[in-house]
Design a protein around this ligand. Structure first.
Ligand SMILES: *[C@@H]1O[C@H](CO)[C@@H](O)[C@H](O)[C@H]1NC(C)=O
Ligand SMILES: *[C@@H]1O[C@H](CO)[C@@H](O)[C@H](O)[C@H]1NC(C)=O
Ligand SMILES: *[C@@H]1O[C@H](CO)[C@@H](O)[C@H](O)[C@H]1NC(C)=O
Length: 331
């Protein structure tokens, strides 16, 4: 592949190589295998080198907020769990090993986990866990952020526990990181900035004889509003001394979305991970999208300057459960 002149590469925005998605799911510390049960996001426009699966979603009213690009298409397999199981999602950026940066260190923000029956509806996502700004000192001294100080520093681990007594059935877990490094302004006011969303969905089947049903939840899109204080937030207020403009700085950070459901476990458990199972790299998006899924997604490779498709994929969610089919592998 011919590469761009060094000068031009230097002009590409930092967001080129900064992003994150889930590479594997552990159940009670046991790895289920690379990409198993995960609706690996497709590339969603902008810059890319061979097809990243990990550009942010920024438009809060777009269907991609639900499960990222092509999130309506089932992964070929589903992870079986029981109520009370401790799940660990292993997020990565470039490669599935401990030297990976997980998410760029500039991408400070909250992490959130929701669950919905599969398929979701306009109000079916229930929040199981979230974490935003923590260990804050007296304003305006720095605090810690979930994405960069917790998830990235813990080799990509995001933990959640399956609610006690949850009724058997198919569910989607929607795990998300939000990066606020360009979030001091709404996307509506500045189309090249705004908060960046990294939602990722995992297919689970809950087994057992539980009888707890999820309450009414929120919809994606719909749960977050442009301009709300958890979406438009100057993250630099909490990451450096901000004495000179302290009056412009928010004193607290409200995590977006609803409160955590009372049926969720009050604490998550960091279970020690067993050995990794499966391959540790992933195939560029461009290899699987053209060969096995659809060919009509807008994609311009900045490195080889090839356009593989010209139209944008619009997810169409079924209102009935879609049985995972073989042949929809995304890696
Ligand atoms: C966001 O997505 C909606 C729904 O697809 C679309 O109508 C709107 O134009 C998009 N807005 C922006 C700022 O891209
Ligand atoms: C999940 O973690 C909790 C807290 O450490 C533990 O008590 C529980 O037994 C774990 N669940 C399973 C199924 O291992
Ligand atoms: C991680 O992977 C990279 C290349 O993919 C390799 O150079 C590095 O040694 C690996 N690190 C560990 C800790 O395995």
């Amino acid at each position: 592949m011919p590469s761009l002149p060094v000068l031009l590469l230097g002009l590409l925005p930092a967001s080129v190589c900064a992003h994150s998605f889930i590479w594997s799911v552990y159940v009670n510390g046991e790895d289920q295998g690379s990409f198993k049960g995960i609706r690996v996001p497709a590339y969603n426009g902008g810059f890319g080198k061979g097809g990243y699966n990990n550009s942010p979603v920024k438009n809060l009213t777009h269907i991609d907020m639900r499960c990222n690009v092509m999130g309506d298409i089932p992964a070929p397999d589903t992870i079986k769990v029981s109520p009370g199981d401790n799940l660990t999602f292993e997020w990565h950026h470039n490669k599935r090993n401990n030297s990976d940066d997980v998410i760029d260190k500039s991408h400070r923000g909250p992490s959130l986990v929701y669950i919905s029956p599969d398929p979701p509806t306009d109000d079916s996502f229930v929040k199981l866990w979230h974490e935003g700004l923590y260990e804050t000192s007296e304003f305006p001294l720095p605090g810690k952020w979930s994405t960069t100080d917790n998830i990235a520093k813990n080799t990509g681990n995001m933990n959640v526990r399956i609610p006690a007594g949850l009724k058997a059935g198919y569910y989607l877990i929607r795990a998300e990181m939000i990066a606020l490094h360009e979030g001091e302004v709404s996307l509506l006011d500045n189309p090249i900035r705004g908060a960046q969303f990294y939602p990722n969905c995992v297919q689970i089947e809950v087994v057992g004889d539980g009888d707890v049903e999820l309450p009414k939840g929120v919809g994606f899109p719909g749960a977050y509003q442009f301009g709300e204080p958890g979406i438009v937030h100057n993250v630099y207020c909490s990451t450096q001394s901000w004495a000179s403009t302290a009056t412009e700085c928010p004193r607290t950070y409200p995590i977006p979305g609803p409160t955590v459901w009372s049926g969720a476990w009050p604490e998550t458990t960091s279970v020690s991970r067993g050995p990794r199972v499966g391959h540790l790299g992933h195939a560029p998006w461009s290899t699987w999208i053209v060969s096995s899924v659809v060919t009509s997604v807008a994609y311009t490779d900045q490195e080889d300057m090839t356009t593989l498709g010209t139209s944008t994929y619009e997810a169409t969610w079924s209102s009935t459960y879609q049985t995972p089919a073989p042949g929809t592998k995304r890696w």
